[in-house]
Design a protein. Structure first.
Length: 307
């Protein structure tokens, strides 16, 4: 039987256990399960890793409890803006979009850039124009406003400090032995207008190469970009001969003296091995290998289990 696997994250952060109630925990676990099932459905039929990570992230972008798409954070002006990237490990093609509004599923726009655009990174109104030419679904600003992100935005304005750096991401191995990675985010709550996160930066928050692994990062974007964390996992596997988990752990803790902040990642290789690494007490995460029932976890020392 051919190997295939998918693994996802929906954000890593340091948070007090008491700040996450049982209802929120259940929503997170259910959302992770739904995303994994969507990606698995593609892989089971022999579909591509590229389509599998897109399907998984689309589910999370539609979920108001995750910081991407509909549930995305609001910037300093109370506006939803999105960043996303996707990369094909087979041929190193990639597509990235940044500071995008109105697009219901930014990951689908990133995929269109990868597949049909002569450029690899589009931002702002130019990315939105491209979305229009491709017939992608657009939504009015009210669609992206939820009770949660409005409450969080008001709190960030009162505190005068951006926060809430959750991101969603997925990595997959398909039955043809190809890897892919994708990441999508609503950025920081209360961030400056025009900020771009690590998520659409190839080698920063997203990277895939069939030779080694596929990686998607989450956490504080500025730190992840400066460390080129996704590419660091690749480099440690390829040039230092580290196994995937060791490489992931080392990348997260690399240059701790200079890169202070929350960092998390998920990775998969051509052997179907999955690795998670993070320096926070919470990372929403899950995986499925070979079509097995998806398992998920939230807290740092929590075992994986069915939702």
């Amino acid at each position: 039987m051919k190997k295939y696997a998918i693994a996802i994250h929906a954000g890593a952060e340091t948070v007090a256990r008491g700040d996450v109630n049982k209802e929120q925990e259940q929503q997170y676990r259910q959302g992770l399960q739904e995303a994994l099932k969507a990606g698995n459905a593609v892989l089971e039929k022999g579909g591509s890793a590229l389509n599998a990570v897109t399907a998984a992230i689309e589910q999370m972008e539609n979920n108001p409890f995750f910081n991407a798409g509909r549930g995305g954070n609001l910037d300093m002006h109370g506006v939803s803006t999105f960043d996303a990237a996707i990369m094909d490990g087979k041929d190193l093609r990639s597509g990235s979009v940044g500071n995008v509004r109105y697009v219901k599923n930014p990951v689908k726009l990133a995929k269109e850039v990868l597949e049909t655009c002569k450029h690899t990174f589009l931002v702002g109104s130019g990315a939105e124009e491209f979305a229009l030419t491709k017939g992608l679904e657009l939504k009015e600003p009210a669609y992206f406003l939820t009770e949660k992100n409005l409450k969080d935005w008001k709190q960030s304005i009162d505190d005068n400090y951006p926060k809430g750096h959750d991101t969603v991401g997925a990595v997959a191995l398909d039955q043809d032995g190809n890897l892919a990675a994708a990441t999508s985010t609503g950025g920081l709550e209360g961030q400056l207008n025009g900020r771009i996160s690590d998520s659409p930066v190839i080698g920063g928050g997203t990277y895939a190469n069939n030779q080694t692994c596929a990686v998607s990062c989450t956490g504080e974007g500025e730190v992840i970009m400066r460390g080129a964390i996704a590419h660091e996992v690749y480099a440690l596997v390829k040039y230092a001969g580290e196994d995937l988990q060791t490489a992931s752990d080392k990348a997260v803790r690399m240059h701790e003296k200079f890169l202070k902040g929350d960092i998390g990642l998920v990775a998969v290789n051509q052997q179907g091995e999955v690795a998670f690494a993070f320096n926070t007490n919470m990372m929403k995460r899950g995986y499925s290998v070979g079509g097995d029932t998806p398992v998920v976890s939230l807290w740092d020392k929590e075992r994986f289990s069915e939702a």
